[in-house]
Write a protein that binds this ligand. Structure first.
Ligand SMILES: *Cc1c(COP(=O)(O)O)cnc(C)c1O
Length: 222
């Protein structure tokens, strides 16, 4: 089945109000174009170089989400190219995005990535670390970065209860911050959870952004 048809199907399955990020990493620009022609405008990439190459050759009304681990030495190249960096996994990275954005005269939209999964290999703020960041109002020092919400991943397992538990936890953390009116955050309303294999559970648990690759573009050739 083709990419265009997959896009149409996936879009029809996802409830309205949930944004679909078509994860095009490791797929060529021509594949992105097929999805674009089927009406998709939001795409996700996990490597800076690959994203920049695609930005250069693809239509300018595409909104690019960066979803991979971002190395500090690549921040400067990425700033100004994305509509959302979903994978801010440390305060150090956040501060660097802020200073590079200020230098470039742009405001960068980001999500903070929270780590609840079992795997040590995954990145992100630990829940307590993230809550403390807001409790101590450390976000107030940012001048050129807008924290729009939280991104998270479930453990890599077939155990649906475990996956649901992970998403539930991420959702709780999101709400602890988003619903705390004393923090005075504006536009902290995005919760990005769910991939090809688990997005239904993520949406059940409150996700309003899902990041789907394989289900749309097929298996990746690494
Ligand atoms: C690759 C990737 C996805 C998409 O995964 P699929 O299983 O192909 O849908 C989603 N989120 C992140 C952070 C990824 O790196």
């Amino acid at each position: 089945m083709g990419i265009a048809q997959n896009i149409v199907e996936v879009r029809s399955e996802i409830p309205s109000g949930v944004e679909l990020v078509a994860v095009s990493k490791f797929h060529p620009a021509s594949a992105v174009m097929e999805a674009y022609d089927a009406g998709q405008r939001c795409f996700g990439e996990s490597r800076v170089q690959e994203l920049l190459q695609k930005v250069d050759v693809l239509p300018s009304d595409i909104r690019w989400h960066f979803i991979g681990h971002l190395q500090t030495n690549k921040v400067k190249m990425l700033v100004g190219k994305t509509s959302l960096i979903e994978s801010v996994d440390s305060e150090r990275l956040l501060k660097l995005i802020d200073s590079e954005s200020a230098k470039a005269g742009v405001v960068t939209n980001v999500l903070l990535q929270v780590h609840v999964a079992q795997e040590e290999t995954k990145f992100g703020f630990y829940p307590e670390e993230l809550l403390e960041y807001f409790r101590e109002r450390r976000f107030e020092t940012l001048t050129s970065t807008h924290i729009c919400g939280i991104m998270g991943m479930a453990s890599n397992t077939d155990d649906e209860d475990r996956i649901r538990e992970d998403f539930h936890r991420i959702s709780e953390i999101f709400h602890q911050v988003a619903d705390d009116s004393a923090l005075g955050l504006r536009g902290f309303d995005k919760l990005s959870m769910g991939m090809s294999g688990d997005w239904q559970i993520a949406v059940d648990e409150g996700a309003n952004i899902v990041r789907i690759g394989t289900r749309i573009f097929g298996a990746r050739q690494y």
